[in-house]
Structure formats: C-alpha cells, structure tokens
Design a protein around this ligand. Structure first.
Ligand SMILES: N[C@@H](CCC(=O)N[C@@H](CS)C(=O)NCC(=O)O)C(=O)O
Length: 399
C-alpha cells in the first residue's frame, strides 16, 4: 500500500520530525487546496484520457493566445519580433535642429531595469558620462497598471516627471501623436521641444555616442575605421543572441524552439571562438558591439537558461565568454546599471504565460556568477573603450 492508503487496522504511532509535521500541517484536516477531484468523479462517466485531453487543449489554447499577444507568432509557432522603432528625421548624433545650445538635462531617457534593449543604452549613458545632459527616468513593468504595453511610472499615482503622463502609452500619445505601434522602452525624448527622438535602442546608442557634452574623454563606442566589422557584429549579436534567447522563450511549438535553441548555441559557440584571441568582440577596445551583447550575457543563467529554456549547454562551457563578461563588468559604471534580483522578479513575475505561478527562484546571485555588485578592481571606460580625437565638424549641431 502506498502513502495515503486507507488500509484497515491501527498504524503504529511514530514520532514525527519538524519537516514531516510541517508537511502534514500544510495538507492536514482538508485545509489545503486539492482541486475538485475531477478525475475521480468524472472518471466513472468519461474516460480519463478524454478529461485530461480536454483540459490540456483548453489550457493550451488559452496559453497560446496569451503568448501571441505578448510575442507575435509565425505559422510554425516561432516568435516574430515586431519591426524596429522610429527615429525623428531631424535628430542626429550631436544635436537637434533649432536647439540653441546645451541645456542641462536636455534629453530624457526612459528605461526599465529588466529590459535588455534599455540596458544597452544605459550602458552607453554611463560609459560616456552623460548624466548632466541626459536624465534617466526608470520605469516599472506592470501590465495591470499600464493602459497599454507594460511600462508605468514609479509608485501608483506617481506620474512621469517630465510630462506628468501616467504610463508610457500616455507619454507616446503626447510626444508622438498618431503613433500606432507598440509602446516600447527605451524611449529618448528631447525635453525643450517635448518631442520623441527615437524608440530604437540602436539608434539611441548611436545618438548618445555622438552627443556632445559627455564628462568622459571622448570614449567612442563606434570608432572610425571599424564601421563594417561593428555593424556586422551588432547585427549578429542582435539577430542570433539578443533576439535568439527570446525566440527560444517565446516559441510555441517544439520545432520552433528546437531551431531557435540550435541557432542560439551555434552563435554562442562562434562568439566563444571569436573571443579566444581577443579582449573584446572587436579587439583590444570595448565598443558598442560589447554593449549590445552584455545585457543578454548578464541575464543568461538567472533568466534565459531557466525561464526561456536556453539550456543546450551551461554557460560554464564558454570560458572566454565568461572572462569577457567579467572584464566588461569591471569597467567603472557598468555594475551600477543593473539590478539582477529586480530583473529576475520582473521576468518571472511579469511574463505570466511563461510562469503563471509568478514564483521567482532565489539564485543565482551576482556573486555566484563571479560578478560582485561592487567589483574590487575597476577599469576606466576611457582606458578600455576606443578613444577619439575631437574632430572638426563631428560635434557640430545641425542647423
Ligand atoms: N526594437 C526595440 C525593442 C524594444 C523592446 O522590445 N522593448 C520591450 C521591453 S524588453 C518593450 O518595451 N515591450 C513592451 C511592448 O511590447 O508592449 C529596441 O531595440 O529598442
């Protein structure tokens, strides 16, 4: 007779340890939730297979509909990332038509900690030392409070500090009237004109790199002479790795997941090989390509390997990648751009179709990943990023 059997006769009394007592307490006296006993009572009328099959089909249908809302799908159950965002035509790295000089906090950058696309622009902001010119507004992701999309401002009732919007959608409606796409973060605004500059992380990255007034010496994340290699590397990282993890996580069929997983790990293999003889992706200097890869690498074990099932191999199988990640983490300003426990709460708590219980695992911690929150030895951004001499027209404003 297995546990829980009701054989006749008196069972011998045993002394119970605390763990067992707790376990019995949780289920004792009918206090726990045990379901409605559907299989027991329906089993007499309908075959169990039919009950289980109907329950699975109903749940799967609701689940697939929810995932498709969150993450558009192709016919084969593969994730299709919506098209890229916008860039205002008259904004260019270095300035804006009609602007009359550098204002304090002339730009506002809206970001959320969990979002890897936001993270890359935050990194550029930190490394270039743009605090005096670009204000960062941190948003929270909470699809129940947001009127569309997931981003809201601060605590309930605390609006956007620039325009008083209640959530990101309201901000989009104000600064980009007629906009019909998804209200995504990051978003960069030009505060004097109350206009949107861009909602595309790569455009914003370029914009920040060209923005005058950085407190760092000219740390150049897009150094001249490496344009072709940089574009190729950023594209590769975006399609195969940044988006690759999402293609695994948001796949709704085995075939789509298998294909996405294989492509992701082939890309990690290639990156591992590339980093074998190099300090950073493009050579001795840290560039925008590294800033694009880092957000995904920092979330990998804690989020993507588990929640998105990116688990063909552990990241420990990639020693060069881990060495590169530690090196990037040790650049002054990088560690302060990311809160791993908060990102975990956000992914596990907000991606409801992937984790309906909302349960958040406690590990790994940054320390366990070899990334102390306050790295003991820091490299200066100007020592690891390519430096650029101030050239004639490059910092000029558009007229
Ligand atoms: N192409 C955009 C993608 C940004 C993006 O997908 N952001 C997500 C957060 S990780 C978002 O805001 N999603 C809200 C939504 O789709 O409603 C970029 O690179 O900036």
């Amino acid at each position: 007779m297995g546990a829980g059997g009701r054989a006749g006769g008196r069972a011998p009394r045993l002394r119970r340890g605390p763990a067992e007592a707790r376990h019995r307490g949780a289920r004792g006296a009918g206090a726990g939730r045990r379901g409605v006993g559907l299989l027991e009572w329906a089993g007499g009328v309908v075959p169990q297979g039919a009950v289980v099959g109907a329950a699975k089909a109903g749940w799967r249908g609701a689940w697939a509909a929810m995932v498709a809302e969150l993450a558009p799908q192709d016919a084969a159950g593969g994730y299709q990332r919506p098209a890229a965002g916008f860039l205002a035509a008259d904004f260019r790295p270095g300035g804006v038509r009609g602007a009359t000089g550098a204002l304090p906090e002339e730009y506002v950058l809206y970001v959320g900690n969990a979002c890897p696309w936001c993270h890359r622009v935050r990194l550029a902001h930190a490394l270039r030392g743009l605090g005096a010119r670009v204000r960062i507004v941190e948003m929270a992701d909470d699809a129940e409070r947001a009127s569309r999309g997931g981003w809201v401002f601060g605590a309930p009732g605390e609006p956007d500090p620039l325009l008083g919007a209640a959530d990101l959608r309201e901000l989009y409606d104000t600064v980009q009237p007629g906009y019909v796409g998804r209200c995504t973060a990051p978003l960069l605004l030009h505060s004097p004109s109350r206009r949107a500059v861009s909602n595309d992380s790569l455009d914003i990255l370029r914009f920040l790199n060209g923005l005058d007034g950085a407190s760092r010496p000219r740390v150049d994340l897009f150094p001249a002479g490496s344009e072709a290699g940089l574009e190729e590397s950023i594209d590769f990282v975006y399609n195969r790795i940044n988006n690759g993890v999402y293609r695994c996580g948001f796949a709704t069929s085995q075939g789509a997941y298998d294909g996405a997983l294989e492509e992701l790990f082939a890309a990690l293999d290639a990156t591992e090989e590339r980093l074998a003889g190099r300090r950073f992706l493009l050579g001795p200097h840290l560039t925008a390509a590294d800033l694009c890869l880092l957000p995904t690498a920092l979330r990998f074990e804690a989020v993507y390997a588990v929640l998105f099932r990116c688990c063909a191999r552990p990241l420990g199988a990639y020693p060069n990648l881990l060495r590169w990640r530690r090196e990037c983490w040790g650049v002054e300003g990088v560690a302060s751009t990311f809160d791993l426990p908060a990102a975990m709460r956000s992914y596990y708590g907000q991606l409801f179709p992937l984790n309906p219980s909302g349960i958040v695992p406690p590990r790994p911690t940054l320390e366990e990943l070899g990334l102390p929150p306050e790295p003991p030895e820091l490299s200066r951004p100007e020592d690891v990023a390519a430096l650029r001499e101030l050239g004639g027209g490059e910092a000029e404003r558009l007229e």
